[in-house]
Each structure stands twice: as C-alpha cells, then as structure tokens.
Design a protein around this ligand. Structure first.
Ligand code: ADP
Ligand code: MG
Ligand code: MG
Length: 247
C-alpha cells in the first residue's frame, strides 16, 4: 500500500516563509481534502510536492513509500508515483498526446506488459468518458488547449498513468457541473483501486460529489484542524473565521 508522508514541512517563496511545519499522511485508498482560505499556502504545498523551482524547502521531509523525495526532481517524483494534475512535470510541447501517454506510462510502469493496441483501446475508452474526441490523441500536449480540455486531459492522465498518489489543486475551478461530476466519478472509480488522493480546494463544491474521509484545514501555513466530511460542511456554512483563532 502506498504512503505519502509530509513531515514538518517548511517552505519559503522569495524568502517569505509560507509553510510553517505541515504534517500530513495520505495512504493508498484514502481521499483527503485540504481546505483553507485564500493565501493559506495550499498551492504552495502542491508546488513543493511537485518540486517547483520557485519554492524552497527549508525544513522537514516528503516521503513516498519510504523514499525521501524532498529534493527530488519533478521527473523523479513522477516516476516514484506522485501525480500532480495542476502542473504536469513530464509534458513536452510538440509531442503528440498519444506518444506522450505511452512514453509516460512505460516510464512509470516498466514491468507492465500491456501491448500497444490494448493500451490505446483503454485510452480511447477513457477519452470518451472524460468527454474528449479521439482526434485529441493526435494533438500536441498542452498545445492550445482550452481550460476545459486541459482539465479533462489531466483527468485522462490520472486514469491512464495509474499513479500511486494524486494531488489535485483547485480541479473544480473552471469546471461546469457536468465536468465536475465526471471528475468525481473518475476519482471514485480510482478510489476503489488503492490510489491515494489529496484534493486541494477552497470550496466545498467538489467535495459534495467526492466525499473525502479526511478533511484538513490549512491556515497561515499550518494545518489547524483535522476532521471528516462534517468539517467541510461546517466550513461551507460558517467559513474559516472560527478556525483562525487556533491558527
Ligand atoms: P492558496 O493556494 O492557499 O491560496 P498560495 O500557496 O497560493 O495560497 O499562497 C500563499 C502565500 O504565498 C500568499 O501570501 C502568496 O502571496 C504567496 N506566494 C505564493 N506563490 C508565490 C510566488 N510565486 N511569489 C511570491 N509569493 C507567492
Ligand atoms: Mg489562492
Ligand atoms: Mg491556491
């Protein structure tokens, strides 16, 4: 079973400390929601997890299945099984989507014996499910994608590449109700397959469809509250102010 451990993680952006000791463990088969007001550091956490160069880790550790990936390159993290939809570390402009998917899959699962035809049959099945046309496969990665296409492609990658742990930052922003339901359906399907999810969101909207078992609230760079679905419902009704006193 996979396990992502974030231990006392501290990080700065332009010498300003944003993450002030974040502790969080996400295991395969679990869905976690990370909520928090604007500016809390949610996207910073996601960016640090992927190894974005603008963010400096100043303390703590990120472990994936016991492997220390705190200072690993984005590619190494992806190969270790971490998937961050909002900032694909292995996308290469000018590369056809079909080539990209096959290559990335091979890198992640070198032991997998699925043949090319079977692989693309599966890709086409899921293309349809996420609402993309088959012609999409001949386009270049991220080349002129609309916002909706980009999100749908992210979901497609999440399904096809079969990562161990998935981090989604604001996947719900810019998605209409139908697309949101589709995302939620796919996540629930994956949920049954021992993939761990960390869903970062400001709003409770997407959580209605997904229903995470674990909810964490990040305020001013620290997780100030852990709970379950009830916590996200309370936040929807009362906002974040009642939590600030403990921050
Ligand atoms: P959230 O996603 O919770 O809204 P962010 O992680 O985006 O919060 O931002 C946390 C804080 O870090 C904010 O004060 C923001 O201004 C600052 N910050 C984030 N990214 C950068 C950056 N690239 N350069 C400067 N400041 C940043
Ligand atoms: Mg923000
Ligand atoms: Mg954000």
């Amino acid at each position: 079973m996979s396990e992502l451990i974030i231990r006392d993680l501290r990080a700065t952006v332009e010498n300003k400390e944003i993450l002030k000791g974040v502790n969080l463990t996400v295991r395969g088969g679990e869905i976690h929601a990370l909520m928090g007001p604007n500016g809390a550091g949610k996207t910073t956490l996601g960016s640090v997890l992927i190894g974005h160069p603008s963010y400096q880790v100043t303390g703590g550790q990120i472990l994936l299945d016991g492997k220390d990936i705190t200072y690993a390159t984005p590619e190494e993290r992806a190969r270790a099984g971490l998937f961050l939809a909002f900032q694909n570390p292995i996308s290469i402009p000018g590369v056809k989507i079909s080539t990209f998917l096959r290559t990335a899959f091979k890198q992640l699962h070198p032991e997998d014996k699925t043949g090319v035809n079977e692989f693309f049959d599966n890709v086409k099945k899921h293309l349809k499910k996420v609402g993309l046309d088959e012609s999409f496969l001949s386009r270049a990665v991220n080349d002129g994608f609309s916002g909706g296409e980009r999100k749908r492609f992210e979901i497609l990658q999440m399904i096809i590449l079969r990562p161990k742990i998935v981090v989604l930052d604001e996947i719900d922003s810019g998605l209409d109700v139908d697309a949101l339901k589709l995302v939620a359906d796919e996540i629930r399907e994956y949920y049954s397959q021992d993939v761990g999810f960390l869903i970062i969101t400001h709003y409770q909207r997407i959580l209605k469809n997904i229903e995470p078992e674990f909810v964490h609230v990040l305020i001013d760079g620290r997780i100030v509250k852990d709970g379950d679905k009830e916590l996200s419902l309370k936040i929807e009704e009362e906002g974040y102010d009642w939590l600030r006193s403990v921050a």
